[in-house]
Design a protein around this ligand. Structure first.
Ligand code: SAM
Ligand code: SF4
Length: 332
């Protein structure tokens, strides 16, 4: 097998794979899913753990070192700790993380920890019950908070908190979320609202930008000082509070796109490979996995997909076309 690094035509090396394990979810964040009539994939369409593991083993030979398991909501996938165990045992994997909405965390954190998971990102936009309900259309804030406490008690680390920032809605949440995290040694990452909702609700005027949030946090808590990039390929720009009270990350996908440093590829739960969150085209991995494709054929498909990668999304251009799948079906 050709084991050269996974290089695209712009010289970017890809070592990071995001794996979506389901498109299903137990809540309904408005910027990701419609409230009703969500069309989920048939179960037979979804890759099995064995298929995912095989794909990852091939990808590791091409230089993939970091994995993130996501969804939909990954914790609704039955027996997820089994997959976590399989992935942590693959030689060559240096890092494994999970992104979750936290609703099922208090019941699942322990078995996930035992399976080898240590790094976790919990998605929480607000500490206000009413706004949580408005955003997610579910009354589950207390479960998420309980889940975070369970992870702290079990010794997960680092724990990060993903907060999507929406103008006209989450301004009152920025400071409380940052304080909540400071008090618990958790790093918040504020994510600019992206056009991935599938219902075309996104509007540029609803993007609360990283610069606006930095200004508010610096004024209300303590000045934020940018930390020189240790890994320029990481999507978040990191800051520290000048008073020593912790760090804050910003994912400024809209106001400051970071595509030029991208090192990520994505496997959807129905076995399609995407070189970008916003990609229009996909490579059909499942077809190879289910029809006797060899490891070399899978490797060639991955390489061809990465070689064809575009320079970046065009959210800020009139040419922008939203991806044909919404966020929950791609894997965030
Ligand atoms: N269900 C899990 C969760 O919510 O964390 C994992 C999947 S979710 C699609 C992954 C991340 O995408 C979430 O943490 C959320 O912050 C982010 N997200 C979803 N829709 C978004 C949007 N339209 N703009 C920006 N971020 C979004
Ligand atoms: Fe579910 Fe995550 Fe999408 Fe919210 S962002 S609807 S939790 S998949």
């Amino acid at each position: 097998m050709d084991t050269r690094p996974l290089l695209d035509s712009f010289g970017r090396v890809h070592d990071n794979l995001r794996i979506s394990v389901t498109d299903r979810c137990n809540i309904r964040c408005f910027y990701c899913m419609p409230e009703q009539d969500v069309h989920f994939m048939e179960r037979g369409e979804i890759l099995s753990f064995e298929e995912i593991e095989r794909f990852v083993r091939v990808a590791v030979r091409l230089g993939i070192r970091k994995l993130r398991v996501t969804g939909g909501e990954p914790l609704v996938r039955k027996d997820l700790p089994l997959l976590i165990g399989k992935l942590t045992r693959i030689p060559g994997i240096k890092d494994l993380a999970l992104t979750t909405n936290g609703v099922l965390l208090s019941e699942m954190a322990e078995s996930m920890y035992e399976a080898g998971l240590r790094r976790i990102n919990v998605h929480l936009d607000t500490l206000d019950r009413e706004r949580f309900l408005k955003i997610t259309r579910r009354d589950d804030l207390s479960k998420v908070l309980e889940g975070i406490e369970t992870c702290r008690r079990l010794g997960y680390g680092p724990i990060k908190l993903n907060a999507v920032a929406v103008k006209g809605l989450t301004e009152p949440d920025i400071v409380p979320i940052a304080r909540f995290c400071r008090e618990r040694n958790i790093e918040p990452r504020f994510i600019e609202f992206m056009p991935l909702d599938g219902q075309q609700l996104w509007d540029r005027n609803r993007v609360l930008t990283a610069a606006e949030m930095i200004e508010v946090l610096s004024r209300e808590i303590s000045p934020l000082v940018e930390i020189p990039d240790r890994d320029p390929r990481a999507p978040a720009t990191e800051y520290r509070f000048a008073d020593g009270g912790g760090r804050v990350g910003f994912i400024a996908s809209v106001s400051k796109p970071f595509c030029l440093n991208c090192n990520r590829i994505r496997l959807t739960s129905d076995g399609k490979l995407r070189y970008c969150l916003f990609a229009i085209e996909e490579a059909n991995v499942k077809q190879l996995l289910r029809n006797g494709g060899s490891d070399d054929e899978i490797a060639n498909l991955i390489r061809a997909n990465v070689e064809g990668k575009w320079i970046g999304h065009e959210i800020n251009s009139v040419r922008f076309v939203p991806p044909p799948r919404p966020m929950y079906s791609i894997g965030g």
